[in-house]
Design a protein around this ligand. Sequence first.
Ligand SMILES: Cc1cc2nc3c(=O)[nH]c(=O)nc-3n(C[C@H](O)[C@H](O)[C@H](O)COP(=O)(O)OP(=O)(O)OC[C@H]3O[C@@H](n4cnc5c(N)ncnc54)[C@H](O)[C@@H]3O)c2cc1C
Length: 406
Amino acid sequence: MINLETPRKFEFLVSQAHQVATEIFRANSRKYDRDEHTYPKELDMLAAVIDGMNEGGALRGAGAGGVGEGNGSKRKSRDGNRNGSNIASLLGLTELSWGDVGLLLTMPRQGLGQAAIAAVADDEQLERFGGKWAAMAITEPEAGSDSAAIRTTATLEGDEYVLNGEKIFVTAGDRAELIVVWATLDREQGRAAIKSFVVERDNPGLILERLEHKLGIRASDTADFRLENCRIPKDNLLGSPEIERGRGFAGVMQTFDNTRPLVAGMAIGVARACLERTRELLSEAGVEVDYDLPPHAQVAAASELIAMESDWEAARLLTMQAAWMADNNKPNSLQASMAKAKAGRTATDIALRCVALCGSIGYGERELLEKWARDVKILDLFEGTQQIQLLIVARHLLGKTSAELK
Ligand SMILES: Cc1cc2nc3c(=O)[nH]c(=O)nc-3n(C[C@H](O)[C@H](O)[C@H](O)COP(=O)(O)OP(=O)(O)OC[C@H]3O[C@@H](n4cnc5c(N)ncnc54)[C@H](O)[C@@H]3O)c2cc1C
């Protein structure tokens, strides 16, 4: 049984996130959408506040780095349900995305790479890397949706791994302190040989090639890198260095079970912003939604808004379920992909329909609706596209392996 209200212990976290979303993110939204590649310096002050709150325990688990912490924990409430760091992260990131998802993606300490570190790092690695801003570098020119096609190699030489290859579209890649790089120990051995390695951003073998110009989330830097004889201590390999057939890739892929609900949550946050602003604009135009009347008894615009809100609610509930399952040690790969597919598609659809409902006001730069319609698309693309999530769902439901259903 899932309690679908915000757990009382996270109410403070949500209200703090809402304040940041309103006063810092919304206030700077347009500025950094225009000034692509300029670092939002307002976030430095925020990082210091977050560090202080984390030390005091107030924001425990509120960012991507917190996910996975809750998995395996023995702490449970009396009825066996646990709302831990996955739900906390989801609620915090959803609220911040309501403010501005581009700024969230470039917020110090929030990189999705920390989710990989939290999931598989040992105690010594957690001590070295925990709390640092970590980006995630999986994608290569020849390996997008098919991560098993990764060509970047990691070769053990003495006490070091030497990495060579190319990584593209790395969110926060230029600004992060660490980059979690996926590379293969032996291409002949396929998926099982793919491991993740922590590379310090200032490693001279990690060469920045370019920063992308993008449709949306323009406040967030997206970097392409070349790894050229990039030497890292062998202790920077996350997880086991052994190539165990059928296990290694499953290990790194499990990070997605924690991060996909978070990306779904970001989509839910942006979509809520669209719905709220559209309801206000419709109200200013004399169109009021009457929730006591059935949709067919309302004017068409109000009826459309209600239909979008119910679709949004379905996406939100699926996402909460996936994060709650992670907090309660229940296998959630299916639900994580369902949530990501539903939330990504629904939020993209809602953002464009809100622009349409508001007409020229929705399309112009005086409103943030046009920006949200551009920002939201990425949430249906990275961490696995819409089509890939549906493929994963189909494999689970039909009991097929990735070799049987491509
Ligand atoms: C702004 C931005 C930020 C990003 N951030 C990161 C990051 O931080 N780290 C990182 O590693 N990557 C990142 N990415 C990369 C992103 O994860 C990939 O773009 C995504 O995985 C898709 O890969 P691709 O672009 O190579 O498309 P492709 O894999 O070439 O896919 C192209 C199209 O074909 C479809 N398709 C592919 N295979 C199948 C199939 N088997 N069945 C049905 N349809 C299929 C896809 O859904 C898509 O519509 C980012 C990308 C962008 C745009």
